[in-house]
Design a protein around this ligand. Structure first.
Ligand code: ADP
Ligand code: MG
Length: 279
């Protein structure tokens, strides 16, 4: 198993230095951090994902958009292993992970956000993130006895809270935070697994508009050695924070490109105008 990587080491918060070097060497194709090859998923006769081939280079800030029912969540579920594909493959770096269970994909560095459950909601922000760090280290069973003494884990959790601009809320109960901040706690819990790839399915859903731009600002500013793929239906947020966009329609990739290319694409406009007329 290959565990070598820039985030391996004592410090949980990865530095952005190597990403800047990687970004400077444009021209050559860097190996994809994550890619799919001919990925398909059928539910009975219905094709929710159809021959999806995509590649996400390290450091990507990539949005997945498309009308309701386009297959966006299905694709994320195929990536995380929540669903098994009918055909096709998923590669994490050089590893073909198509048949890997979810927990093994997390160990290899691909994580999605988790909804804060009732247990986490009863903890403070800091306790929640310390628990997640301990869980990564296989020490979740003892956290409640030793949480105050887990200095390394606490330092790592505090660094994560800093990164997510949650330091001021460290000792608040998570359930008392505004929804936008709770979503940031969920992202902190995901980052505690030290992912190379972070998958976000509508992170701003259910959050007041005033908080969602802040949320995306924090997400976009995460270190570049975390590759981010997100689903978002608010086009203003998509065009502000995505560096590349894939449009899915009917389980198929309609087009992929930069925000400018997508905004100018008549096929994309047609899809969204059609949706507006029916919606
Ligand atoms: P999106 O996230 O783009 O709105 P989804 O991936 O959730 O779309 O769904 C794509 C299509 O697949 C929808 O028509 C949905 O009804 C169908 N679908 C999703 N999950 C299942 C399932 N477990 N069984 C049957 N149909 C499903
Ligand atoms: Mg969805």
């Amino acid at each position: 198993m290959s565990t070598a990587g820039p985030s391996q080491g004592a410090n949980c918060v990865p530095s952005g230095g190597s990403a800047a070097a990687a970004a400077a060497s444009v021209g050559a194709h860097p190996p994809a951090a994550l890619r799919t090859a001919g990925l398909s998923k059928q539910f009975g006769a219905f094709k929710a994902a159809s021959d999806v081939t995509l590649a996400f280079p390290q450091g990507a800030r990539h949005a997945l958009i498309g009308p309701n029912g386009a297959g966006k969540t299905t694709l994320i579920n195929l990536l995380t292993g929540a669903l098994a594909p009918t055909s096709g493959d998923v590669f994490l770096g050089d590893d073909r992970i198509t048949a890997f269970p979810q927990h093994q994909r997390v160990k290899l560095g691909m994580t999605r956000t988790f909804q804060i459950n009732t247990l986490f909601a009863g903890l403070t922000v800091l306790e929640s993130v310390v628990l997640a760090v301990c869980e990564r280290k296989g020490r979740a069973g003892v956290w409640h006895r030793t949480v105050a003494k887990e200095r390394d884990e606490t330092a790592e959790a505090l660094a994560l809270l800093d990164l997510l601009r949650l330091a001021a809320e460290a000792n608040e109960l998570t359930r008392n935070l505004p929804y936008g901040k709770q979503r940031l706690v969920e992202i902190a819990l995901a980052l505690a697994t030290r992912p190379r790839i972070l998958l976000l399915d509508e992170p701003a859903a259910g959050i007041p508009a005033a908080e969602s731009a802040d949320l995306f600002g924090v997400i976009a500013a995460l270190p570049r050695d975390v590759t981010i793929l997100f689903i978002e239906h608010d086009m203003e947020l998509v065009f502000r924070f995505a560096e590349r966009i894939t449009v899915l329609v009917g389980g198929k990739v309609l087009v992929e490109g930069t925000p400018a290319e997508i905004a100018a694409d008549p096929r994309v406009r047609e899809v969204y105008l059609g949706e507006a007329q029916h919606g």
